[in-house]
Design a protein around this ligand. Structure first.
Ligand code: C5P
Length: 206
């Protein structure tokens, strides 16, 4: 079974991906980490994220088995990821690794922006997760604060709005629900209620 989860920044798709994978005994790939990994290579070497040639080279050389989640879950890496991910050659370089991950037994849950539309158009279940920008900013802010990162909620909200605009407005693989995706709005749901709703959608679809 392949489950595709897409949605905007901080909509809860990562948590849902992990929980669904555990529930169904599938492997899980947070595909945002791949784009964050590419941005991190550039930024940590002092290059801007919009250096297209270096971004393409970093994507081609990326080792998905060696991504340091803690170093990549920062605002700078997220912002950089939304810049490098708009380059078609970066997306093309990361396509195979995602498709191979999805195809290997016993199946997988992938979360990102274009899983249902581009990476796994034949996924057994597609879920498009949303939540209001304010609620997403509140969640991400609490997460950053718990990790001791110094940001304000207003900065996080600005960042989320900027990334939403970039992710939905880009020419290649823009963020949008696949025609056959099921929508899950988690604005008013806590984690457990979101997981229960997602499992209900999977059960209804398979
Ligand atoms: O999901 P996450 O916030 O980690 O993603 C970081 C950025 O990577 C997104 O804002 C988006 O621009 C990009 N991304 C993408 N396609 C994916 C996953 C992430 O373009 N499948």
């Amino acid at each position: 079974m392949i489950i595709a989860i897409d949605g905007p920044a901080a909509s809860g798709k990562g948590t849902l991906g992990k929980r669904l994978a555990a529930h169904y005994g599938l492997r899980h790939l947070d595909t945002g980490l791949l784009y964050r990994g590419v941005a991190h290579v550039l930024l940590s070497a002092g290059h801007p994220a919009d250096d297209r040639v270096r971004a393409a080279a970093a994507a081609a050389a990326l080792d998905p088995g060696r991504l340091d989640e803690d170093a990549l879950k920062t605002q700078a890496a997220g912002e950089g990821a939304s810049i490098v991910s708009a380059f078609p050659e970066v997306r093309a370089a990361l396509l195979d690794v995602q498709r191979r991950f999805a195809a290997a037994p016993p199946g997988a849950v992938l979360d990102g922006r274009d899983i249902g539309t581009v990476i796994c158009p034949d996924a057994d279940v597609k879920i498009f997760v949303t939540a209001s920008a304010e609620e997403r900013a509140r969640r991400r802010f609490l997460e950053f604060r718990a990790r001791g990162l110094a940001v304000t909620e207003a900065e996080v909200l600005d960042d989320i709005r900027r990334r939403d605009a970039r992710d939905t407005g880009r020419a290649v693989a823009p963020l949008r629900p696949a025609a056959d995706a099921r929508l899950l709005d988690t604005t008013a749901l806590d984690v457990e209620a979101s997981v229960a709703a997602a499992i209900a959608l999977v059960e209804a679809a398979r």
